[in-house]
Design a protein around this ligand. Structure first.
Ligand SMILES: *Cc1c(COP(=O)(O)O)cnc(C)c1O
Length: 396
């Protein structure tokens, strides 16, 4: 539950599904229209020289914010429960901005070995060039992370569950170690969204997400956001302004629209995801299902302790078979597209291999791996489609 404000009624407590409907909306600021309109603009005029020179207006320049971006940032601030939210043009720019906001040359950062691969690429290239050293750590290290801190460790980057491989992380244990060593914690929370996990409640300093995924929810927008606690908010806001990051107005509007249905969409992604994951677990060709919401998953206990729900993204490990058989399985699927990104209304399936990118841990799943995004289609149709896929796999 977070505090919510409806026009004129003052702060009230609502549950999260109500909050996503109300947050950041003020119809009577816009002649009663339910949605905040798209403000397009660079120049903002001032009525007087004094107002212009003193930056005294509510808005000063399009890049620095509009009523549309304010509506989304305000809504997300409410959902995250931090001190403030900045919007970025993509999830990746949210990652890079969050990291840059807490480090300087000579610092050291700890990054989970299961991080989204472009996060690693940023650390290994741009961040290294600035003289910031990265050590990757085993995602399931928990309080064992303690031994990896150096005197110059400034930040710990978490992502749970891990990209593609879906290891859960013991967030409270990692946060406790980071706090002891005075390091900031940054978490990529794209999988759960604040509906199912709120990083600040677990002591995380900077919570970020690719709004491109579930917030937008329709595979038609790119957006990221970062939420910071009181302590980290001033430096985050400063750097965000310095870098000149501003998402396009259309994408901000689509994200606001996505927000209104986020809770119901996620509920459907979860129930269908669980149903299909349980079914997959019974298939003879499936060795393992990597989905913390599933009983028996190594991350299930932590997921149950900390998370309020699961989204519709998980992977499977197939029993050993040829790449041709995997391709026949995936390519023939009628309802699962082959493509990057996820979080839209449609189902996706992609083969993947993490073994070449890992450095702190070995990725040896024992067979080919496929990641699924379970969309909003009828799960029975999805199961029937996958069943035909296994028939193709078997005959290859
Ligand atoms: C997709 C993704 C991102 C990046 O989002 P973009 O908007 O595509 O830049 C970041 N983190 C995770 C976990 C993702 O899956």
């Amino acid at each position: 539950m977070v505090k919510s404000k409806k026009d004129g009624t003052g702060p009230r407590n609502f549950r999260i599904a109500t909050d996503v409907v109300l947050a950041g909306r003020a119809p009577f600021k816009f002649e009663g229209f339910v949605n905040t309109p798209i403000f397009r603009g660079s120049t903002v005029l001032s009525p007087t020289v004094d107002q212009f020179l003193g930056h005294k207006g509510r808005y000063v320049y399009g890049r620095r914010g509009t009523p549309t971006t304010d509506a989304l940032a305000e809504a997300l601030t409410q959902l995250e429960g931090g001190a403030g939210v900045v919007l970025t043009p993509s999830g990746l720019s949210a990652i890079t901005t969050a990291i840059l906001s807490v480090v300087k040359t000579g610092d050291h950062v700890l990054v989970t070995d299961s991080a989204y691969n472009p996060t690693r690429n940023f650390c290994n290239t741009a961040l290294a060039k600035l003289g910031v050293e990265t050590t990757y750590y085993d995602p399931v290290i928990g309080s064992g992370i303690e031994t990896l801190f150096k005197p110059n460790t400034r930040a710990v980057f978490l992502e749970a569950p891990g990209s593609l491989s879906f290891e859960m992380q013991d967030v409270p244990a990692i946060v406790a170690a980071a706090q002891k060593h005075g390091a900031a914690t940054i978490m990529d929370n794209t999988w759960a969204t604040p509906i199912y996990f709120r990083p600040h409640e677990f002591g995380v300093d900077l919570s970020l997400e690719a709004g491109t995924k579930y917030l937008g929810g329709h595979a038609d927008a790119n957006l990221g956001w970062i939420s910071a606690t009181e302590q980290y908010w001033p430096q985050l806001k400063d750097l965000h302004g310095t870098l000149g990051l501003c998402p396009g107005p259309e994408d901000v509007f689509l994200s606001l629209r996505g927000l209104r249905t986020l809770a119901v969409r996620l509920e459907r992604h979860m129930t269908s995801g669980l149903k299909i994951a349980r079914w997959l677990k019974t298939r003879p060709k499936v060795a393992r299902v990597l989905y913390a919401a599933l009983e028996g998953d190594p991350g299930h206990a932590i997921w149950k302790r900390d998370f309020k729900g699961a989204s519709g993204l998980f992977s499977i490990v197939l029993k050993p078979c040829s790449p041709e058989a995997v391709a026949a399985f995936v390519e023939g699927l009628e309802l699962f597209g082959i493509g990057a990104s996820w979080g839209g209304f449609e189902s996706l399936a992609i083969p993947f291999d993490c073994s070449k990118v890992r450095t702190a841990t070995k990725w040896q799943p024992g067979g080919p791996t496929v990641r699924f995004h379970i969309g909003l289609e009828d799960p029975e149709d999805l199961i029937a489609d996958l069943e035909r896929g296994f028939a193709r796999l078997n005959s290859n």
